[in-house]
Design a protein around this ligand. Structure first.
Ligand code: MN
Length: 265
C-alpha cells in the first residue's frame, strides 16, 4: 500500500513519526508535511508567496518539508511530489483532539479534506494532548482501523479518528458534537502599557458531557472521548443544509432554467 502522510504539527512532530514508523513496516510511506507548526490554520492555502520544498531521506523513506500549510502540502504532494496516486492519505497524529467545533479550525482535518478533493481515501488522526499520551499505541491502532476501513472507503469522505490519551475502552462510530465551546481570553498588559489578548483554554477541558447516545442513536465524538473510547466520525465536504433549502424555496421560489450562453443571457 502506498501511503501519503502529512500533518499540521510540522514534519518533525512525534505523532507523525509514530504513524510513519507503524505503517512503514509493511507499507510504502512518503511524508509531505509543513516545515513547522501549522495548527489551527484550517484549509488555508498559500497564494502570495512561493513554496519552498526540501527533500531528505529518513529511515529509507522520502520526506518533503513544505514551507506552507497542510492543504498546500497535500496539493503539492498529489500534483508534483508523490509520483502517482497514493492508496490512502493519512494526516496526523495530531497533538490534541479534533472533535466537535475543533474540526472547523483543524489543519489536520483540513489536510484530509484536501485529499478527499482529489478523490483519495483520507483519514485524519488525532490524540488527546497529555504528557502520558500513548502515541505509539494510537499509531498501532490506526494501522488496524485503516486496514478495516480502506476496502470500503468512500470517495469524498473524510474519516475523522480521535484517540483518548491512554488505551481506549473500544472504538465507537460517532457524530460530530455541536456544542459551541466558550472561548476565553487572557487580558494582559505588555511592557509598553498596551493591552493585549491571548486566546487560551482547551475545548476538551470544558466539555460539559452532553452528546450522549439517545436510544439506538450515535454518541457524539466528544462524548465518546470523554468516556474513554476512541471515536470514528465520517465527515463530508458538502455543507448544504438540505432541510433548510425547502424553507428558503418557499421564500424564493425561482425555477432554474439554463442560460443560453456563459454570460447568463
Ligand atoms: Mn496540530
Amino acid at each position: 500500500m502506498k501511503i501519503l502522510l502529512t500533518n499540521d504539527d510540522g514534519i518533525h512532530a512525534p505523532g507523525l513519526m509514530a504513524l510513519r514508523d507503524a505503517f512503514s513496516r509493511k507499507h510504502e510511506v512518503t511524508v509531505v508535511a509543513p516545515d513547522r507548526q501549522r495548527s489551527a490554520i484550517g484549509s488555508s492555502i498559500t497564494l502570495f508567496e512561493p513554496l519552498i520544498v526540501r527533500r531528505y531521506e529518513e529511515k529509507g523513506m522520502p520526506h518533503y518539508s513544505v514551507s506552507g500549510t497542510p492543504a498546500d502540502a497535500v496539493k503539492l504532494a498529489v500534483r508534483e511530489l508523490f509520483g502517482g496516486r497514493p492508496d490512502v492519505v493519512l494526516s496526523g497524529i495530531n497533538h490534541g483532539l479534533n472533535s466537535g467545533s475543533n474540526i472547523f479550525y483543524s489543519g489536520t482535518v483540513a489536510a484530509a479534506f484536501e485529499a478527499s478533493m482529489f478523490d483519495l481515501p483520507a483519514i485524519a488522526v488525532s490524540g488527546e494532548a497529555r504528557a502520558d499520551a500513548d502515541v505509539r499505541g494510537m499509531a498501532r491502532r490506526t494501522l488496524e482501523i485503516v486496514r478495516r476501513i480502506l476496502p470500503q472507503a468512500k470517495r469524498g469522505v473524510v474519516y475523522n479518528l480521535n484517540f483518548p490519551a491512554r488505551k481506549p475502552r473500544g472504538l465507537l462510530v460517532t457524530r460530530q458534537e455541536m456544542v459551541i465551546y466558550q472561548d476565553s481570553f487572557a487580558r494582559r498588559q505588555d511592557p509598553r502599557g498596551r493591552i493585549y489578548y491571548w486566546l487560551h483554554g482547551s475545548p476538551e477541558e470544558k466539555y460539559d458531557g452532553r452528546g450522549a447516545p439517545e436510544g439506538e442513536g450515535l454518541p457524539t465524538d466528544a462524548w465518546a472521548l470523554a468516556n474513554g473510547y476512541a471515536s470514528l466520525t465520517p465527515l463530508h465536504r458538502n455543507l448544504t443544509d438540505s432541510e433548510r433549502t425547502h424553507e428558503l424555496k418557499a421564500l424564493f421560489p425561482g425555477r432554474p432554467t439554463p442560460a443560453r450562453d456563459r454570460n447568463g443571457v
